[in-house]
Design a protein around this ligand. Structure first.
Ligand code: AMP
Ligand code: GLY
Length: 421
């Protein structure tokens, strides 16, 4: 089989490494991939948002199966376009990807179908949004409606901060069109849990739970990032919470999307908060999370491509999906300064015996060597019988990888270990 994967970060590298294990796979193309992914796939210089070029490449190369991993091409309709020319693909249609593409849509969906989430109001008028601030408690949460690279959420501690956030979002200055509509939402408290789930639109199979570490610095300080590390499973996701999530959130969401004529097929990401009133949805994503994927897929025992194809062919209920009982930890090595300004172009050295544990996110290849090219450079994942061991192992691997200007958090998994205690 010839497989195509759209995207070029750590998540895509993890997906490609898993797909590669299927013996029927002859070649994997990554569009655009990156210098590190090039070890495992043929990287082709086509941008993940260039839908016409992606379809054209897939047709010309007689691709048997495509996986669209990032949010942008999904929201732009890449899966619809590929399937239109007869290429079966993993990922939701454009109509279903709106669950991530518009927070106003997803909040309305949850309200209509009684799915637990923070109370909210949606605004398209700047002055109305600002007036509403007199009626809310603080902190309050301001969200841009559209895609904003995971940065569209501001927790405002008082009215001044909230007003500033609204004005810069709604003027278009902060996130362009994505910020022209905003949501003002109740602030929730509790530990966060990420759950990725396979769904074919009828059946939903949650994967192992995980915990992201979004802030740049130790102790959850500093700016929000795309994610500085993950662990799995998440200790806050107890059997009892898991049952409630299935009954109150996962199944109702999949059914709601079908009822709306927006059947969701692919990986549906539930960003959850375990509040004192039970689990609530913070956000949906229409795709695998990054870096959650880098801990979840290494624990998947079943062949990934087989499960993906079962999703596409709507036979998920007949398909076995098994996870290991082990734990996993992924530490992101970033360029110092990320998510703001950082230098790049530094040579990366990874010992031969560490390569299997590494997912490359931001690196370029030149004359057979890798050089840093992004904020998040790579993720290092280890699995072990216990979380403690998995954390120790991944940090011992991290210490063997070198590039100038490397920065990583030292406390990935620390909070989870506390919770286990
Ligand atoms: P999102 O991009 O929607 O995942 O939000 C980014 C982060 O903001 C989440 O991971 C939470 O930590 C925080 N957040 C979002 N919504 C809320 C809320 N209603 N209450 C408290 N924290 C929130
Ligand atoms: N780790 C959060 C996300 O993928 O959006």
């Amino acid at each position: 089989m010839k497989v195509l994967v759209v995207g070029g970060g750590g998540r895509e590298h993890a997906i490609i490494k898993s797909i590669k294990k299927n013996p029927d796979v002859e070649v994997i193309y990554a569009l655009p991939g990156n210098g590190g992914i090039a070890e495992d796939a043929v990287c082709v210089d086509v941008g993940a948002k260039d839908i016409d070029e992606i379809v054209d490449f897939a047709k010309r190369n007689r691709i048997d199966y495509a996986v669209v991993a990032p949010d942008d091409p999904l929201v732009l309709g890449a899966v619809d376009a590929l399937e239109k020319v007869g290429i079966p693909s993993f990922g939701p249609s454009k109509a279903a990807a709106i669950i991530e593409g518009s927070k106003a849509f997803s909040k309305e969906l949850m309200k209509k179908y009684g799915i637990p989430t923070a109370a909210y109001e949606t605004f398209s008028d700047e002055e109305a949004a600002v007036s509403y601030l007199d009626t809310v408690g603080y902190p309050t949460v301001i969200k841009a409606d559209g895609l904003a690279l995971g940065k569209g959420v501001i927790i405002a501690k008082d009215k001044t901060e909230a007003e500033n956030a609204i004005r810069s979002m709604m003027s278009g200055a902060m996130f362009g069109e994505s910020g022209k509509r905003v949501i003002i939402e109740e602030f929730l408290e509790g530990p966060e849990v990420s759950v990725l789930a396979f769904t074919d639109g009828k059946c939903v199979v949650p994967m192992i739970s995980s915990m992201d570490h979004k802030r740049a610095h130790d102790g959850d300080e500093g700016l929000n990032t795309g994610g500085m590390g993950t662990i799995a499973p998440n200790p806050y996701y107890t059997e009892k919470i898991k049952e409630r999530c299935m009954k109150e959130i996962f199944i109702p969401t999949v059914n709601a999307m079908r009822s709306e004529g927006r059947t969701f097929k692919g990986c549906l990401y539930f960003g959850l908060m375990v509040t004192k009133d039970g689990p609530k949805v913070i956000e949906y994503n229409c795709r695998f999370g990054d870096p959650e994927t880098q801990v979840v897929l290494p624990l998947l025992k079943t062949d990934l491509l087989t499960v993906m194809m079962a999703v596409t062919e709507e036979r998920l209920s007949e398909t076995e999906v098994d996870f290991s009982d082990e734990s996993a930890c992924c530490v992101i090595m970033a360029s110092d300064g990320y998510p703001e300004k950082y230098d790049k172009g530094f040579k990366i050295t990874i010992p031969e015996d560490v390569i299997d544990s590494v997912f490359i996110a931001g690196a370029k290849e030149k004359d057979g060597e890798l050089f840093t090219s992004g904020g998040r450079v790579l993720g290092v994942t280890a699995t072990a019988d216990t979380l403690n061991e998995a954390i120790d192992r991944s940090y011992s691997l991290v210490k063997r990888i070198h590039f100038d200007n490397a920065y990583y958090r030292r406390d990935i998994g620390a909070r989870a270990l506390e919770a286990i205690k």
